[in-house]
Design a protein around this ligand. Structure first.
Ligand SMILES: CC(C)(COP(=O)(O)OP(=O)(O)OC[C@H]1O[C@@H](n2cnc3c(N)ncnc32)[C@H](O)[C@@H]1OP(=O)(O)O)[C@@H](O)C(=O)NCCC(=O)NCCS
Length: 139
């Protein structure tokens, strides 16, 4: 696994986040939406040598102790080396530590991504029209 630093994303990461999302076939989030997520500290960026190589975004619902992973994206040349799995672990740890989150959800259309979640002990919570909603209890 390559080394990286994980930090809250800033305005400087905006373009890179959009590029990584596009490259990964993820839904396009317009800049105002990303700005709001950044302001709320709902995006973490993984950096290597000062460059943004990955990010994940989420929403937190502290009043019900739940969180929702919106997107996770990794620059093409950094995929398949364990970074995605590591980021999912760090996400769960962060949610537990900072927000007392007890359950986290995510959704994807991609069967390979469902497998990745399952390897990280997430379960399929629901399926509809090709979308898999995955869930993990955080202990
Ligand atoms: C999905 C993603 C975050 C996984 O990160 P990663 O660092 O490649 O994941 P890891 O190295 O920890 O694990 C590799 C596993 O990821 C899954 N995977 C899904 N898409 C992949 C891709 N394009 N390249 C490599 N692995 C991918 C597979 O399950 C793979 O395991 P396999 O090789 O046995 O099939 C990353 O591939 C990515 O950014 N893809 C494009 C964006 C995306 O699909 N995001 C998730 C949508 S909800």
């Amino acid at each position: 696994m390559e080394d990286f630093d994980l930090e809250s994303a800033s305005e400087d990461d905006l373009d890179k986040i959009q590029q990584i999302a596009e490259e990964g076939g993820l839904c396009h989030y317009p800049k105002p939406v990303l700005r709001w997520l950044i302001r709320e500290k709902f995006i973490m960026a993984a950096k290597k040598g000062g460059r943004t190589i990955a990010y994940f975004s989420y929403l937190i619902f502290p009043w019900i102790k739940r969180a929702f992973l919106l997107q996770i994206g990794i620059k093409k040349e950094h995929r398949g080396k364990g970074l995605g799995s590591k980021l999912l672990t760090l996400l769960c740890q962060k949610m537990k530590r900072e927000n007392g989150t007890k359950e986290i959800f995510a959704h994807t259309l991609k069967p390979r991504v469902v497998k990745l979640f399952q390897r990280q002990r997430w379960s399929v919570f629901a399926r509809f029209f090709g979308v898999a909603v995955v869930q993990k209890a955080i202990k």
